[in-house]
Every structure is written in C-alpha cells, then in structure tokens.
Design a protein around this ligand. Structure first.
Ligand SMILES: Nc1nc2c(ncn2[C@@H]2O[C@H](COP(=O)(O)OP(=O)(O)OP(=O)(O)O)[C@@H](O)[C@H]2O)c(=O)[nH]1
Length: 531
C-alpha cells in the first residue's frame, strides 16, 4: 500500500501522459491527495518513507517521539519537480492497474485500523503505534474519515480488542507535543492499569496528579449512645471517684478493721476534700458496723456513699422562683472565672425554654468579653438583654435593668456581676452596692443571690462562700466544672459546713451541661457506685 502511495505522490506536478480510465480514477479518488489519505497507522509507512528519501523517523534514539511541524511533513512527502527524474519515477500508465488492484487491499487495511477505534471515540481520534509518523492535518478532517468508514465492510467488530491510550491525547492540539515524554505517558506507569482516557483538550498531567473538582467525603456519622445525666455525672466525677476508691481498696486489702485502718481512712477522706465532718461520719458508721471484721473496699464505698447522701440531701433543693414579683431577680456572684456568665446562659435556656420571659443584665462591666458573651447567650435563649459600656457603674446598670424588666413584665431578671476575689475589699463593697440599689425598687430584691463555685479550686471554695455570703447575702450555690476534677468532694464539705442550698451542678460548657443537684446521684457517683 505504501509503495503505491509514494508512486502516486510522485506523479504530482507531472502532466498525465495517458488518460486514466474512469473506473480506476473513481477508485483512486478518495486517496489521490495527501491530506485525504486515511491515517497512516500502517507501521510500514515510516520505514518506506525512509527508503524513499523521506524524513527520518520522529523517534529519537531514546525512543521518544519528537513533535512534528506540519511544514516538515509536507516537504518530506513532496520533493521538488526537478528532482523527480533523478529518482527513477515510473510512468503513471503502468501504475494505474496496480493501483486498482491494491485499492481493495488498502480499504481492508484501513478497515482493520478503524476497527481498533473504541465505539465512543470521537472522529479524528485514531489509534496509532508509538513511532508512527503522525500527520495531524489528516487527523483533523473527520469528514474524510467518515467517507472512509462508509466504504468499510460491514463486519467491523464493535468492541476493540485493546484500547491504546498513550498517544491519543493531544492529537487535536497541534501546539502540544504529539507524544509526551515517556515517563509522563499515561498508561506507561509500571505495573499500573491504563488510566481513564483524558478528555480532549484537557492537559496531560504527570503521574500522581489528577484533575477534577475536589470530592468532599461526607463525615461519617458516628452514632453516640445518649448518656443519662447520671452516666455523664459519673464520667465527670471519674477522677474524683477513682482516686478515692483506689486508695480505699488499697487500704482495706486483706486487713481487718482496726483503729489504725480507721485513722488511715479518716485521713484519706479528708485529703479527698470531703471535709472532717463527713470523714468522721463515715469512719464512725464503719466502726459501729464492722469493727474487728474483714472489710472490703466496696463495703467502705457503700457506707461512704450513704453518709455523703445524708449530708447532701438537706441542701439539694430546687431554686424557688416567686413569679409574683415580676421579675424574680437573681443576682449571680462569685470569684473570677467560676462560671457565672456561662451558668446564667444555661439557666436562661431552661427558663425561657419553659416559656418564661427572661431578661439578662450584663453587670460585669469590667470585661468587654463578658458583656458580649452574655449578649450571645441572650440571643441564643431568646432572652431580653440589657448592657452598658465597659467600665460603667454596675449598680446603675442593675437598677436600669430592673426597671426595664418590670416595664416589660419579665418573669425573671438575671444580673451578671464581675468576678472578684473575696479578699478584695473594694470590689466586695461594689457588690454590696448592687444589692442595695436593687433593694430600692423592691425591698426583697435580689430574691435569689446565687454564688457559682469552681469545683477545681478545692478548699478555697469554703472561704469564698463564707465571704460572699456575708457581703452579698448568698442564699444558694451552683457548683461548676465538676467534669474532670479530682476535687469533687469539696461540694460535700461546703454543704456540711454552710448548709446552703445547692441548686444545680455544671459538668461542662454546653447549654445542656447543667442539671439540678441530686444528693443520691452525686453520692453514688463520687463513691464510684452504680445509681
Ligand atoms: N468544664 C467546664 N467549664 C465551664 C463550666 N462552666 C463554665 N465553664 C467555663 O469556665 C470559663 C469561665 O466561665 P465564665 O462563665 O466566663 O466565668 P465568669 O465567672 O463569668 O468569669 P468572670 O466574668 O471572669 O468572672 C469559661 O471558659 C466557661 O466555658 C463547667 O461546668 N465545666
């Protein structure tokens, strides 16, 4: 086929000596121009081009196919007319019969080539072998290809045996190298399967890269079993209880209950912040029940839980709201960072969730963040909000808020205050003033003075309650940060000493991390026992 092709090419520019028979001309017509020739995937083509004095193969020594300029292709195929006589050109008349005979074979060859094209491949996307001389002009004429396809025998297989991948991309883009460097060729990855065929016009990326929008994998939904409040409390107090029960178990392993073990137990309970009073209650009960007998750590834990519950029961009370006041005023006080603002937010969520009209007043005028923090809580909980500028008089703000709450017929007004250390006399005097000013609008106000206590502070909480109670008339407690502390026992000591109501306990920063204080639950959790 290729030899006849060259012979035909060499007749270009030469006057025809004899008329070509019509039948032969018809056969030759589809292939009589260079640009109309079917894509030369015939591997013989390049070699014959060499023999005929055509350009050397575009494959360099390293086997890499170099880009071919269209001009080069044309000049290589068409020698100048004055060179033809030196090249032993055969007269056209002798070639025509041969051409007619070869035409059928040639069509068959093209049919085989086209049969390798995947059914979905666009026209102009012909497969070819590495090292072929690719004539891009011919490939860009799908109309010619269609003509060729029309002439093909009908039995063209629909499924290609093998889909070549490495040279396909870039054929429609003459400005790109026809073959990328070997190492970058898709499908040449060692041991890898042929990659998905790139879209026409998309860049050929090096191995290890891919194009396309980033696929965001949805977060796996991990279904966490919802823990009961007691389970969460036990988890929160796990450090306190494990430390306590671990030491108790160690103390009572293979020991009879005697004076020495009782003394060791008393020391241990005091160190665990439970307080002297509670420690003595536990050791007295244990001695009366089990003196001289074998005692296990679990025996001690049960007696301890029972005695702690007895101390806590009288203080585990609900926060009484007198809604006839409209508003019931709650003043929240405490040392810096004990959780006042957060606790106010949690309380507001509960109250407004129950349908009460709540107002929050930002009386912590020392800290800009505290004002903002309370405002956010008000928004979250659908509460009214009253604030003032940083450094303003907190007592004046409390007074304004009380008036506004009355005017708006709020059920509950909760006033935040700046944190202060109990030993700072000046700040404690300011607190006194707030209480006094509120009392001007209602002699019973503030109706509740809540003190927040940070469980992690341990023994210092005892003196905090002492002083705030004296200055601001604290009449109820909320203990926060019972989650993760080893000092949860302090609540027992405070309850035993001050006997103030403990309304709620906090075991986290979230809105749901505040629950009413339950004596039995707390006692069991701290002793590491089930509910
Ligand atoms: N782990 C834990 N953190 C809490 C709890 N309650 C409050 N907090 C965190 O304790 C920090 C201090 O809380 P705040 O509410 O700002 O304390 P505050 O008493 O208003 O602070 P001041 O205005 O500085 O006095 C914040 O990071 C809270 O999220 C709790 O029960 N558990």
């Amino acid at each position: 086929m290729a030899l006849s092709f060259i012979k035909k090419v060499f007749t270009f520019g030469k006057p025809a000596e004899e008329p070509v028979p019509a039948a032969v001309e018809k056969e030759l017509e589809p292939r009589s121009r260079v640009e109309d020739l079917p894509v030369a995937d015939d591997p013989v083509l390049a070699e014959e081009m060499d023999t005929a004095g055509g350009p050397a193969s575009d494959i360099d020594e390293g086997g890499v196919e170099a880009p071919v300029a269209e001009d080069d292709v044309e000049s290589a195929i068409l020698p100048a007319a004055d060179q033809l006589s030196d090249m032993g050109v055969v007269p056209l008349s002798l070639l025509e019969a041969e051409a007619a005979a070869e035409a059928e074979t040639e069509i068959q060859a093209v049919a085989e080539t086209v049969a390798e094209i995947p059914p979905s491949a666009p026209l102009g996307h012909l497969p070819h072998q590495p090292g072929d001389h690719v004539e891009t002009g011919a490939l860009e004429q799908p109309a010619d290809l269609e003509e060729i396809v029309e002439k093909l025998p009908e039995e063209i297989p629909t499924e290609p045996e093998e889909i070549p991948t490495e040279d396909d991309a870039g054929l429609d883009s003459p400005s790109q190298p026809i073959s990328p460097p070997l190492g970058e060729m898709p499908g040449r990855a060692e041991g890898g399967s042929p990659p998905a065929e790139p879209e026409l016009g998309s860049p050929i990326l090096p191995k290890g890269f891919a194009t396309g929008p980033k696929v965001v994998e949805p977060e796996p939904v991990i279904l966490q079993p919802k823990l009961s409040w007691f389970q969460r409390l036990r988890n929160g107090l796990a450090r306190t209880s494990s430390q306590l029960t671990g030491q108790i178990t160690a103390l009572f392993t293979k020991r009879k209950l005697d004076d020495e073990t009782l003394q060791d137990l008393e020391d241990l309970l005091i160190q665990a912040d439970l307080g002297v009073e509670t420690a003595l209650r536990v050791t007295d009960t244990l001695a009366s029940e089990r003196y001289g007998k074998d005692v296990t750590g679990e025996d001690v834990s049960r007696i301890m839980a029972s005695e702690i519950a007895k101390v806590l029961k009288p203080v585990a009370k609900p926060l009484q709201l007198d809604l006839s006041h409209k508003p019931h005023v709650i003043l929240v006080v405490g040392v810096n960072g004990t959780g006042k603002t957060t606790t106010i937010g949690k309380l507001a969520a509960k109250l407004s969730g129950a349908g009460l009209k709540v107002m929050l007043a930002a009386g912590d005028t020392f800290r800009a963040a505290a004002i903002e923090q309370l405002k956010i809580w008000a928004e979250r909980t659908n509460s009214e909000f009253v604030g003032t500028k940083l450094g303003a008089d907190a007592a004046g703000l409390a007074y304004d808020a009380f008036e506004q709450a009355k005017a708006k017929k709020c059920d509950v007004l909760i006033v935040d205050t700046a944190g202060r250390l109990q030993n700072k006399a000046e700040l404690m005097a300011e607190l006194e003033k707030i209480v006094r000013v509120l009392g001007k609008l209602d002699p019973d106000a503030p109706h509740t003075v809540l003190q927040t206590l940070d469980a992690t502070t341990g023994q210092n909480a005892l003196s905090q309650v002492e002083i705030f109670r004296n200055v601001a008339g604290v009449n109820g407690l909320i203990m926060t940060k019972l989650d993760g502390t080893a000092r949860g026992g302090i609540l027992v000591a405070i309850s035993a000493k001050h006997k103030l109501p403990v309304y709620f306990i906090g075991i986290g920063e979230g809105v749901d991390d505040l629950e009413p204080f339950e004596a039995e639950d707390f006692a069991h959790a701290i002793a590491g026992l089930p509910q």
